[in-house]
Ligand binder design. Structure first.
Ligand SMILES: Cc1ncc(COP(=O)(O)O)c(C=O)c1O
Length: 366
């Protein structure tokens, strides 16, 4: 019962938040789950038991401490952190994206990214009250260099996001174009964030560019996550870049953003990086199997992928999505995300058995 004299308890909740929808997570109970770019492989029973022992011994009564530094060290050596660079941790790269919007919230600041792209770039801008400028990709999902440069010159964005490879199109973009965008951002002090969430499946990493030419990448931050690597449930993202830059963003991080359990799990995974590398290799092989099968289906157009997902155009995405779901296969219908994605489904690469189920079911639901 609301009393006429009692103010509405939502009164101070921002109107734009009250109007927005929460991030939708599809119900996947009992389904073949090919909707969220997760690694489909679980740990062997032996590794599960070892991990259980490790986690059981963690001091959960204490706030995270020195183990977080151990994890930073382990990641620094895993990526062979370039000279003069620092590394910070996020509770998933989602958190890093939010922290960056917060860090760059100076008057007039904005965020720019190609579209279609990862939704959190625009959302982080909106939630922080920054303008977001989306620049459409070309019809073939390449960067539109002229449009990107024009938008960068017009808006001088604080942050330009380049997902490498991109979600949901799964492709890498021309390195020469990216170099020119980074150089353009540098003229007005803008940051470029190379988001390598799908790095385990990619044929290229911008880290090689940073190593080869650190001066040209002085305004570049590189973000990665252990989510697609195989630890989506653990929530661990990391970002590296010139030490002075990372040092500033790191000040915004909630002091205990990575739990002792996240940290111990991530350390364990890095100690067994070979197991995860094998899984990634397996997924890359399966990606070829899936793309070849899709290409043989009349009316289906798969796009090239450097990630653990394949974007495919079908005659009627809603019908195919519903039909797959009715057959127990959950994918993502991205056709409403952007006009260029009309009738597109995003298919996560699964285990050979899961992919076989998808490949078997799709022709029946086209
Ligand atoms: C391009 C891109 N960046 C970042 C993320 C977020 O990853 P995390 O699980 O680390 O928050 C995703 C997740 O799908 C993504 O596609």
């Amino acid at each position: 019962m609301t009393d006429m004299n009692t103010p509405n308890p939502l009164r101070f909740i921002r109107q734009d938040i009250q109007s927005m929808h929460a991030y939708a997570i599809q119900d996947s109970a009992g389904m073949v789950k090919l909707d969220a770019m997760e690694n489909p492989f679980s740990l062997s029973p032996e590794l599960q038991a070892k991990l259980g022992e490790r986690l059981g011994a963690v001091a959960i009564n204490r706030y995270p401490g020195a183990r977080i530094d151990d994890l930073k060290q382990a990641l620094a050596s895993y990526v062979d952190l370039p000279e003069g660079h620092g590394l910070m941790l996020g509770n998933g790269s989602d958190e890093l994206i939010s922290l960056l919007a917060m860090a760059c919230d100076v008057p007039g600041a904005s965020i720019l990214a190609p579209l279609p792209g990862f939704v959190m770039y625009a959302m982080s801008a909106q939630l922080q009250g920054l303008a977001f400028h989306g620049v459409p990709l070309t019809a073939g999902f390449e960067l539109d260099e002229a449009a990107m440069l024009a938008a960068m010159r017009a808006h001088r964005p604080a942050i330009t996001y380049i997902a490498y490879p991109n979600n949901p199109t799964a492709n890498l973009w021309d390195a020469a174009v990216i170099r020119r965008l980074i150089a353009e951002a540098a003229t007005f002090g803008g940051l470029v964030v190379m988001d390598e969430a799908y790095q385990p499946f990619s044929s290229k990493t911008w880290l090689d560019e940073i190593r080869a030419n650190p001066a040209a990448n002085a305004n570049v931050l590189l973000m990665r996550t252990l989510s697609k690597f195989g630890l989506a449930g653990v929530r661990l993202g990391y970002m590296l870049g010139p030490q002075a830059l990372v040092h500033e963003v790191d000040k915004l991080r909630p002091p205990y953003n990575v739990s002792v359990l996240n940290a111990e799990c991530a350390l364990f995974a890095l100690e067994h990086a070979g197991v995860f590398a094998q899984q990634a290799a397996h997924i890359r092989e399966q990606r070829s199997v899936l793309i070849e099968a899709l290409a043989r289906m009349p009316g289906v157009t798969p796009f090239p992928s450097d990630a653990n997902m394949v974007l495919a155009r079908v005659p009627d995405a809603q019908r195919s999505f519903d039909g797959l779901k009715a057959r127990g296969v959950l994918v993502k219908n991205v056709s409403k995300m952007h006009p260029s994605l009309t009738n597109c489904l995003r298919l996560t690469v699964g285990t050979p058995e899961e992919n076989a189920q998808l490949i078997g079911a799709l022709p029946q639901v086209l």
